[in-house]
Write a protein that binds this ligand. Sequence first.
Ligand SMILES: *[C@@H]1O[C@H](CO)[C@@H](O)[C@H](O)[C@H]1NC(C)=O
Ligand SMILES: *[C@@H]1O[C@H](CO)[C@@H](O)[C@H](O)[C@H]1NC(C)=O
Ligand SMILES: *[C@@H]1O[C@H](CO)[C@@H](O)[C@H](O)[C@H]1NC(C)=O
Length: 249
Amino acid sequence: MRLVLFLLAALAAAAPTGCYPLHRRQTATLCERNGYWSGNGYEVNNNNWGAESASSGSQCTYVDSSSSSGVSWHTTWTWEGNESRVKSYAYSGRQVARGNTISSITSMPTEVSWNYNTSDIRANVAYDFFTAEDPNHSNSGGDYELMIWLAVFGDVAPIGSSMGTVMVGEHSWQLYVGNNGGMSVYSFVATRNMNSFNADVKPFFSYLEDNDGFPAQSQNLIVFQVGTEAFTGGPATFTVSQFSASVDM
Ligand SMILES: *[C@@H]1O[C@H](CO)[C@@H](O)[C@H](O)[C@H]1NC(C)=O
Ligand SMILES: *[C@@H]1O[C@H](CO)[C@@H](O)[C@H](O)[C@H]1NC(C)=O
Ligand SMILES: *[C@@H]1O[C@H](CO)[C@@H](O)[C@H](O)[C@H]1NC(C)=O
């Protein structure tokens, strides 16, 4: 069975919300639907955007540390009901300057190391990028969405249909192409789950430009994020011990 995934990312305009627990040294605790933190050029969002499709559950995201060289964070969740629907996409993002077309970007080096404390869940671990012709497009979508799924747990799959296996960088990926409303969605799914990734992701855009007519000269980068889409299961803890990213012109 192929289950459809709809990714509608965060409303990052949400004001920072957080409280500071006394018992752990954390930069922020985010339990509200769009609990948001930013600092040092990075941002973290609890982003429980699909929570209303759950019959029960909850999620909190914790910023563990941050510096100009990246951010570390974790999120704990339990979700039940509507197993084919995404409940959340808790993520860390690199804050990107607006008005940079994909073709003007020379490289997008990034690194992430992560762990899930259980595999008995329905979830992914994925990068998410939106691009749009309008440099001021809202960061909850775009004209195009490019996802890189580093891991898949349970019977979940990207939107669209599989175009087969492609090589980008040092890894092979199953490429899915589909649409979510007016947005074209490309998802590169790792053929084997990985728990760390360190690469330049610009070649994923170049692949789509060369093979599928992606208009790199008119599409501006809107968001550069990595996190986990939770469907059902838990309690589960997803820990990102390090995320860094940059956009080089
Ligand atoms: C599934 O999601 C729909 C739409 O959000 C909701 O109305 C319904 O109650 C959910 N079903 C369950 C079993 O929670
Ligand atoms: C984007 O927003 C900036 C700042 O408000 C504005 O100067 C610029 O004209 C806008 N660009 C477009 C294409 O709307
Ligand atoms: C994962 O972490 C959560 C939150 O701490 C905990 O409740 C759960 O028991 C853990 N699961 C496993 C399999 O260790």
